[in-house]
Write a protein that binds this ligand. Sequence first.
Ligand code: CMP
Length: 140
Amino acid sequence: MAIERTFSIIKPDATARNLTGAVNAMIEKAGLRIVAQKRIRMSRAEAETFYAVHRERPFFGELVEFMISAPVVVQVLEGDNAVAKYREVMGATDPAKAEEGTIRKVHARSIGENTVHGSDAPETAVMEIAQFFSGNEIVG
Ligand code: CMP
């Protein structure tokens, strides 16, 4: 299987509860490698651009406010089938529907404060990674 990359965000609810290491341990235990990582304060413009696909959704404003409310950790994860694998490790968007043992089942508080983001497809991953990382910041 081809080595693939996906984009991940450890969200404000997780950084606020000091869970960066706990989330990273779950990522690494699943066999994904963290090949780039930085803790940032997302700007309003960055959050609006990142979630532009959801601009018309009723929760868009709340989503942007949440993402800029505290630091986030943006990451590039690498591994076999990384996009699908990370979606499995995260669990369903709504933690109430997430499988046992997934990041969201263990740590998320609600559908909004759901601890992590992961790309939904390889093409999306390429765009999301490029929004936050230059090539020389990714060390595989
Ligand atoms: P994420 O994977 O980052 O992509 C879009 C985000 O929108 C999603 O995770 C949720 O955090 C958020 N989201 C989806 N549905 C709702 C909702 N009904 N209310 C608030 N936020 C939501």
